[in-house]
Design a protein around this ligand. Structure first.
Ligand code: B12
Ligand code: SF4
Length: 453
């Protein structure tokens, strides 16, 4: 059969499709599914974020359309699924959102892959080819992550291969995705990752990851992005990886919990192995807010020292902060902005609480009658989708915009980047440039607060 795999983009408020011409990294879902697809099926794919979907060609050539989706993209995913099914294509949906809303997704598809595809994808395709479907396919066990099929790195959907070969600037800009672990053992109630993986956690054999890094190195790729949600959940395994990375002289960025800053050996190894930027889910400076979503392990009283430890090793911090949780009041916003400034946070992503389906947070908010909007297309982290406890939705959004515009103001940038970090001044400059770009982007696109990535 001929397959076309799609990662949709999301709709803008005016109904147009969000597009970009350049992106600094790429997910691997589509090339990875291609690598997983057994012969003799043939696979093409499109990431709609940067490329337009050739709908007429897919209608003409494809037998099966496979669609993944994250967050608000799900609305476009359902629209595309309905469109292609109406034209006689077999449609399969999969990915995090679909897994946690499998019954709903099946209303738009011939088959749904709930959870990992490794053990079920071949069966799905065999069934569709034979003209049948079991509906929702769910593997009986997690994959052990050994010997994962290798993707064709040049086919990464958001990479510009020619530009990578010809431009040193682009080589500094693009981070090649790799994966060390899947899942997360923590209980944060709003988090789709722990819900999808049922709080399980696995790492790949370090040898396999190192082989991926060497392979990328042979292409000239020295800047890497871990797609992991929490690569340090098992510190001893992470330390082994970091030790093995040191001689390879790469630079890497990742998400991680703040726990990385509380284990000096782990943090030293991370820095020595090339960690330059870490996205950390601080979520809130309020203990009550953190407790309300079961993230008390974060402990705000330690944050300033944690950030100091990271910065002392030349690691820039991207802070992920939720605005309007149950311990927050309208007074929380100014305090949050002050903290971000004082601790010289490198980059900021704010999130209004978004009750993603399948999470405990969603069930709780539904039971409490606090869900304000059930249009999935608006679950973009910049919309009031739940009623906050100690402020109005309007006050929450106002605070959200105030923190963002304060943080990306020229005054805050000067406070945070002058004088530049003496460790890794180049990375510090790159972060300043990223701040300046957001500053400009938000001035030109005042509606885009919810979509900074
Ligand atoms: C890279 C990435 C991005 C990149 C994507 C770039 C691109 N287009 O390539 C960027 C930064 C742009 C991004 C953006 C967002 N992202 Co994102 N992203 C990821 C990340 C880190 C890795 C994805 C990946 O490549 N995984 C590796 C592959 C192999 O795993 P996988 O996708 O899960 O696929 C496996 C299975 O799920 C299954 N599968 C998946 N899709 C399909 C489809 C079919 C047909 C089949 C059969 C199987 C299948 O098969 C695979 C093998 O088992 C994930 C977290 C993660 N660890 O996965 C978050 C994640 C997917 N993102 C998420 C979110 C919420 C977002 C945003 C909404 C955040 C925001 N700031 O607004 C935006 C959405 C964009 C938008 N506004 O429209 C959530 C999704 C939650 C949910 N319930 O939908 C995740 C899980 C992160 C999280 N911590 O919650 N993201
Ligand atoms: S630590 Fe991060 S990835 Fe893990 S459950 Fe909490 S929010 Fe999710």
């Amino acid at each position: 059969m001929r397959l076309h795999l799609v990662s949709p983009t999301h709709y803008l408020p005016d109904g147009a499709l969000h597009k970009t011409t350049r992106y600094w990294t790429s997910g691997i879902t589509l090339p990875y599914l291609k690598a997983l697809t057994p012969a003799p099926h043939r696979v093409d794919f499109t990431d709609e974020l940067m490329a337009d979907l050739d709908v007429a060609r897919i209608e003409r050539e494809a037998d099966v359309v496979g669609i993944t989706a994250m967050g608000p993209q799900i609305r476009r995913a359902y629209d595309l699924a309905d469109h292609f099914r109406a034209r006689g294509k077999k449609v399969v949906l999969g990915g995090t959102w679909v897994t946690l809303a499998a019954e709903e997704s099946l209303r738009h598809a011939d088959a749904v892959v709930a959870g990992e595809a490794e053990y079920v994808w071949a069966d799905v395709l065999a069934d569709l080819e034979a003209g049948r479907s079991r509906g929702i396919y769910r593997a009986e066990r997690w994959h052990d992550l050994r010997d994962l099929p290798g993707i064709d790195p040049w086919s990464l959907p958001l990479l510009k291969p020619d530009t990578f070969r010809s431009s040193w600037l682009y080589r500094m800009y693009f981070y090649w995705p790799i994966q060390f672990s899947r899942g997360c053992p923590h209980p944060c109630e709003y988090c789709a990752v722990q819900a999808y993986y049922e709080r399980s956690y696995r790492t790949r054999p370090v040898d396999d990851v190192i082989e991926d890094v060497r392979r990328l190195g042979r292409l000239g790729a020295r800047r890497l992005l871990f797609l992991d949600d929490n690569p340090v959940a098992r510190p001893e395994e992470a330390k082994e990886l970091f030790r093995r990375l040191i001689p390879l002289r790469v630079r890497w960025v990742s998400q991680a919990t703040i726990n990385i800053a509380r284990d000096p050996e782990l943090l030293d190894l991370a820095a020595r192995s090339g960690a330059t930027v870490l996205s950390i889910g601080f979520e809130s400076l309020s203990d009550a807010s953190l407790a309300s979503v079961s993230k008390s392990f974060n402990r705000p009283s330690r944050f300033a020292e944690d950030v100091r430890q990271l910065r002392a090793r030349g690691i820039q911090v991207i802070a992920l902060i939720m605005v309007g949780l149950d311990g927050d009041t309208p007074e929380s916003f100014a305090a949050t902005l002050r903290w971000l400034d004082e601790n010289k946070i490198g980059f900021l992503k704010l999130f209004t609480p978004a009750p993603y389906p399948g999470t405990k947070f969603h069930a709780d908010m539904l039971a409490a009658g606090r869900i304000l909007d059930d249009d999935w297309g608006r679950y973009d982290y910049g919309t009031a989708t739940v009623r906050p406890l100690h402020m109005t939705p309007g006050e929450m959004l106002d605070g959200f915009r105030r923190i963002y515009s304060g943080f990306y103001s020229v005054r805050s940038m000067l406070r945070r980047f002058v004088p530049p970090s003496r460790k890794r001044p180049l990375e510090s400059m790159a972060m300043l440039v990223a701040n300046a770009k957001v500053h400009r982007y938000l001035r030109r696109n005042p509606e885009a607060w919810g979509t900074i990535s």
